[in-house]
Design a protein around this ligand. Structure first.
Ligand code: F6R
Length: 612
């Protein structure tokens, strides 16, 4: 949550800050602000606005310029989204400015201490406490003051600091929130996400927890909070500008849905060994001890949140059916606070697109504390969860910017299938079966493409249901989690109430909701439980429900019992969610667009949930 950017150099930084903030707007979009220092007579401006970055941009006078600046886009935690609570925050003496992503947990006690020393506060934020704690510790060295203040802080932070008395530097520090330094020519930057600086430089240094950076226009010095110099490696950002632009699509979400044939392929690239009927996952095999623990696991927990939790459920079905290992899927937020039974042969897999989700990270830490081997499935390379886990597999789906997760989900399902296949081939899965699944995996990109070619039909159905108030999504087996995911997609971007259920469970309650106004989406593909799903469809029709079926090509029976049918190609059972979810993503997208909503930035949400 929240995105921060900073610039120090010789050029005007206003455009850099605004463009950089727009790139991290997915991290929060309640309000935004910038501090720009012009250097002339130590003059600086602080502009903060409730709402989107566009609002902030409108309020920056064309005459304003400066060659040092810090900016922030907010997802409110402490205090409602208003101008006062927006960042940057400024100290009582109006000399120190701070942008902050994260949460200062002990801010109340720090506030009391500062109040005793005569400090007052204009906002409800924890960040304002921190900036004053820095002032409180300031003698004549901002770096020192930041270090002393941070030593007193409990919580998480990615921060950028500017002090009017030392206007030749910016200070950045990180604990638990992502932060990197961009290396330019005669100018340097900091940002929460490489996307913010990619237009200016591809050279970055990723900061680690407990580190502080002193940034001038010609140098960056990295240290620990205890003052030891840290030697860092400059890395080259692997993403292209086109990865973070809409490239002609009206929304990132639509672009990301349509990217899936490519991203599915990217997740599998170099990992399928057809001649062995098995996958090869370098992120696991390069850690032989961890890999061995996974292959010999007697119990697997999968921890995740939201969409990633839905892919975890699919993983449970896969791993139990093919790898024959008992699996328990847990909301990370529950796992971390209960007392799960971790034995020496327990492996905990964390799934997280962003790799930054606070609950998932905490669940992993808890699992490690109890002695479990941990494995991460993340999309963002170098993210906190990918580093915290003992080994892992990256999705390689490219940056996902739309707040509603789409391409990450399909890549997570593929990754779980690869892990399952790997374990199963070390157990009793035959070469023939492994070979067959790999063949099916290779076909998936083309099959996904064929579904996308049918998007017009899905758009027409969406148009008919744009005013519905409730939706029910039903599926069974591997497609029960897809029903949950379809309902979540609709809820989060169209604000229509939707529920997902195992189809048969409908009789135990939700059936009471069904009438002629209730669209019910069935995932009714030709699999081993197809006949059971058909029975469930008939039960809905008998109660005048409106049925939209996601069905297999060649299934004519389904037409006679459904009001609308979206046909998709067939694949093997464990991979079917990769295809069945695509029409549901499109349906949610088109309904939200018909309702005139901001698909990429739905209300109250943020892409990366770094708070509990
Ligand atoms: C839904 C969505 C969220 C995330 C959840 C976990 O479309 O995006 O439910 O799936 O916040 O995020 P990650 O996967 O980054 O841990």
């Amino acid at each position: 949550m929240c995105g921060i950017v900073g610039y120090i150099g010789n050029s005007d930084c206003v455009r850099f800050l605004i463009d950089g903030l727009k790139r991290v707007e997915y991290r929060g979009y309640d309000s935004a602000g910038v501090m720009i220092y012009s250097g002339k007579d130590r003059s600086n401006v602080l502009i903060k606005k409730t709402g989107r970055i566009l609002e902030l941009e409108k309020n920056i006078d064309k005459n304003i310029s400066g060659n040092i600046g810090i900016g922030h886009t907010r997802w409110a935690t402490h205090g409602e989204p208003n101008d006062e609570n927006s960042h940057p925050h400024v100290s009582n003496n109006e000399k120190i400015f701070l942008v902050h992503n994260g949460i200062i947990e002990n801010y109340m006690s720090l506030k009391k201490k500062l109040e005793k020393h005569g400090y007052s506060f204009y906002s409800e934020t924890d960040t304002e406490i921190l900036v004053n704690l820095i002032q409180y510790n300031y003698k004549d060295d901002i770096e020192e003051a930041v270090k002393i203040a941070l030593a007193e802080v409990k919580g998480t932070y990615g921060i950028g600091v500017f002090c009017l008395d030392e206007p030749d530097k910016l200070i950045a520090a990180k604990l638990g929130s992502p932060l990197l330094i961009g290396i330019g020519n005669g100018e340097n930057y900091f940002a929460s996400d490489p996307a913010s600086i990619l237009k200016s430089t591809a050279e970055v240094v990723y900061m680690e927890d407990g580190e502080i950076a002193v940034i001038t226009k010609n140098s960056v010095v990295h240290k620990t909070l205890t003052d030891e110099i840290v030697k860092k490696t400059v890395e080259t950002i692997s993403i292209e500008l086109s990865d973070i632009e809409k490239s002609g699509y009206s929304h990132f979400m639509l672009k990301e849905i349509f990217e899936q044939p490519r991203t599915i392929n990217d997740t599998m690239r170099g990992r399928l060994m057809l001649e062995e009927g098995a996958p090869k996952l370098g992120g696991l095999t390069q850690h032989p001890e961890i890999y061995k623990s996974l292959l010999n696991a007697e119990k697997i927990f999968i921890v995740a949140c939201g969409t990633s939790w839905h892919s975890a459920l699919i993983g449970e079905y896969m791993l139990e059916e093919y790898a024959r290992i008992p699996v328990e899927v847990e909301y990370a937020s529950e796992f971390r606070y209960r007392d799960p039974i971790i034995t020496p042969k327990t492996v905990v897999i964390a799934i997280s697109q962003s790799g930054e989700t606070a609950d998932t990270l905490a669940a992993i830490k808890e699992a490690k504390r109890k002695g479990a081997v941990t494995i991460g499935i993340c999309n963002v390379v170098g993210s906190t969860i990918s580093k915290e886990t003992d080994a892992g597999v990256y999705l390689h789906a490219g940056p996902e910017i739309g707040v509603a997760s789409t391409k990450a989900f399909t890549s997570q399902v593929i990754t779980l299938a690869l892990i399952t296949l790997d374990i199963a081939r070390h157990k009793d899965m035959s070469f023939r079966q492994g070979y067959k699944i790999i063949k099916e995996l290779k076909l998936l990109p083309a099959l996904a493409e064929s579904i996308l070619e049918n998007s017009e039909k899905i758009r027409e159905i969406a148009h008919k249901f744009k005013n519905a108030s409730n939706f029910l999504y039903l599926g069974r087996g591997y497609n029960f989690p897809v029903a949950l995911e379809g309902a979540l997609k609709l809820k989060e971007i169209s604000y229509i109430h939707a529920e997902g259920y195992p189809a048969a469970e409908m009789k135990h309650g939700p059936i009471a909701l069904i009438d002629e106004n209730m669209p019910v989406i069935f995932i009714a593909i030709k699999d081993s439980i197809y006949d059971k799903v058909v029975t469930n469809i008939k039960e809905v029709k008998a109660r005048n429900g409106v049925v939209i079926s996601i069905a297999s090509y060649g299934d004519d029976e389904i037409e006679s019992i459904s009001d609308y049918v979206i046909k998709i190609p067939e694949t093997t059972n464990l991979l079917s969610p990769v295809l069945t979810v695509i029409p549901l993503q499109l349906m949610a997208y088109y309904i939200a667009v018909e309702r005139g909503l901001n698909v990429d930035m739905p209300r109250n949400l943020a892409k990366s949930v770094t708070v509990e």
